[in-house]
Write a protein that binds this ligand. Structure first.
Ligand code: C2E
Ligand code: CA
Ligand code: CA
Length: 232
């Protein structure tokens, strides 16, 4: 799915979103199959597969868009089982992609309860040059105060805050404050779930760095992405 720069409205990257078309059950949503993969341990090889493919794709698309960034979702299982750092180091070497173009997304809920060993892993990822995004921000029980010492380079505000943006002053104020707080500590902010022009009009002056939502593009297969977003 494309991500755009709020000020210029131009494409700046994409989030890799997994899809499964099953011959028996048809299209199964990631909300269903990711938890199953986590329970069965299949998330480890799958996570490796999607990460290396996403990096290769990013490198290819960098030819037409030099600053193109790729965001990849990371399951907590990938960090707790196996040697994720060695794998990441290897895959970075194999792909010759500048590490700073890779953004690893971890949920707010996971980051909020991260203990010392997890924080150490995240610090190691950052030492390799990879960026960290805090996904689904605002849905957990953590406080705005956690932004102060957060390892995140990007905060992604959950799309539930856009749903009622036209009627809810609270949601607008929340977005506004999150942007102000994040910018104070050098964190960029992405708003997810902008579907309508009116919603974009409401949020466009709030200082958001990036926007991701159906208004700018739905998740599509790589060939369609190329045709729709990368061809001049
Ligand atoms: P997420 O990381 O929060 O991904 C964003 C989800 O919001 C995607 O759903 C996307 O299609 C949807 N979305 C984006 N913009 C809009 C919008 O304007 N309106 C609406 N209604 N929805 C929007 P999707 O693709 O179904 O993914 C659901 C979740 O599955 C993801 O949520 C992520 O947590 C998980 N997931 C997907 N792919 C992977 C993966 O490769 N690895 C892991 N670990 N999790 C994944
Ligand atoms: Ca995500
Ligand atoms: Ca999200």
């Amino acid at each position: 799915q494309p991500q755009v720069d709020t000020l210029s409205g131009r494409l700046c990257g994409a989030e890799a979103l997994a899809r499964w078309h099953c011959s028996k059950y048809g299209d199964v949503s990631p909300g269903e199959f990711i938890p199953l993969m986590e329970q069965s341990g299949l998330i480890i090889p799958f996570g490796q597969w999607i990460l290396s493919h996403s990096m290769a794709q990013c490198l290819e698309w960098s030819r037409s868009k030099p600053d193109f960034q790729i965001s990849v979702n990371l399951s907590y299982i990938q960090l707790t089982q196996g040697d994720f750092i060695s794998f990441l180091r290897t895959v970075l070497e194999e792909n010759s992609l500048a590490p700073s173009r890779l953004i690893m997304e971890l949920t707010e809920t996971y980051l909020a309860k991260a203990e010392e060993d997890t924080l150490r892993l995240i610090a190691q990822m950052k030492e390799l040059g990879v960026k960290i995004a805090m996904d689904d921000f605002g849905t957990g029980y953590s406080s705005l105060g956690m932004l102060k010492n957060s390892p995140a380079d990007v905060v992604k505000i959950d799309r539930t805050f856009v749903r009622d943006i036209l009627t809810s002053q609270f949601d607008a104020t929340f977005i506004h404050f999150v942007v102000a707080l994040c910018h104070d500590v050098n964190i960029k902010v992405c708003l997810e779930g902008v579907e309508r022009e009116e919603e974009f009009d409401r949020v466009r002056s709030m200082g958001l760095d990036f926007i991701q939502g159906f208004l700018f593009g739905k998740p599509v297969p790589p060939d369609v992405f190329e045709r729709d977003f990368l061809m001049p």
